[in-house]
Design a protein around this ligand. Structure first.
Ligand code: VAH
Length: 313
């Protein structure tokens, strides 16, 4: 059975649905601080910073895989540095220790392009120097190293992806720096004006939710002997700037209005690489993205029009 810690989150909520489709509802257990109304399948109300509570959930179910998707993201994390460190690390330690105690076979740890810092200009390599500028990024570098440690010391098969900014229509993001790229589609579809908190030429690595889900399951299903990276695999879908995504939206929604009001998140974004070299993931377990900006924009607008019930019948 698969446990998803943080199953209410931007990724967790969509991943839970995706995994239920593959492994059936009864085999996927959601866990988060509150129970959503329409949840399908088993769900546990869980504060993952509480070690005993985490152990209790692992004891209750026969868990074979855990996806640890609980964390405070980059922008929100900068408002409360030490709480962010505490939450991001304590939750993961609880998952690692419970996995060790209850013989969990595989653990998925989401890392991020936030592990890279201002020292990289242009493309981040798999082996690029990590000098994260945010507490979130520091916690992700630490989490990658703890993953590698528990793999080597206890043999737990932990696998990790350095996610770029994830864009999807199914869930609202919370507290990320790349989240402008989700909000922009909602505003465009609703015919509203968009205020962008990044400068127009701030290029960031991004990935469409369908590709992120495909990469996650493909990594977790790969034979263990194919995995050569036990910190975090670089993963790339596409890279674009606010100006580029706005141009792609305007092809379908011509009158879309935007003003740029860069705030503190500009500094975070500027410290991240513009592109990511994911050739190791391609080589080891056959990663290939299937969405580019144009294809993503078409799908985002189509799906959000359905969501807001704006489709011309
Ligand atoms: C954030 N969406 O902005 C997350 C992610 C790569 C960015 O870590 O913090």
């Amino acid at each position: 059975r698969i446990l998803i810690i943080g199953s209410n989150g931007q990724i967790g909520s969509v991943l839970a649905e995706f995994l239920r489709g593959i492994y059936s509802e009864s085999n996927v257990i959601g866990a988060d601080l509150s129970k959503p109304e329409n949840v399908k399948g088993p769900f546990e109300i869980l504060d993952a910073t509480d070690r005993q509570a985490v152990f209790g959930v692992f004891k209750k179910y026969k868990i074979s895989q855990v996806y640890h998707l609980a964390a405070i993201l980059s922008a929100k994390g900068e408002q409360q540095p030490l709480i962010t460190w505490q939450v991001n690390m304590q939750t993961y330690f609880n998952v690692l220790e419970a996995s060790r105690e209850y013989g969990v076979k595989k653990v998925f740890y989401p890392s991020s392009i936030a592990v890279f810092g201002a020292g990289i200009h242009g493309e981040a390599k798999q082996s690029s120097y990590l000098d994260p500028g945010t507490v979130y990024g520091i916690s992700k570098v630490a989490g990658e190293n703890w993953s590698n440690y528990y793999f080597r010391k206890y043999g737990i098969d932990i696998r990790s992806l350095r996610y770029p900014g994830i864009i999807g229509y199914q869930s609202m993001p919370g507290g990320g720096t790349t989240d402008y790229a989700v909000d922009i589609y909602h505003k465009a579809v609703k015919g509203e004006h968009f205020e962008c908190f990044l400068k127009p030429d701030t290029t960031l690595p991004m990935i469409y939710i369908a590709d992120a889900l495909d990469a996650s399951v493909r990594l977790m299903e790969a034979p263990a002997d194919r995995i050569t990276i036990r910190t975090g695999y670089n993963l790339a879908g596409m890279s674009f700037s606010p100006d580029e995504v706005i141009r792609s939206i305007r092809k379908l929604i011509p009158g879309f209005e935007v003003t740029y009001l860069p705030d503190f998140r500009q500094e975070i974004a500027a410290s991240w690489p513009q592109t990511v070299d994911d050739s190791q993931a391609r080589k080891d377990w056959g990663w290939r993205p299937s969405y580019n900006l144009e294809k993503m924009t078409k799908e985002m607008i189509l799906e959000l029009r359905k969501k807001y019930d704006l489709v011309e019948n």
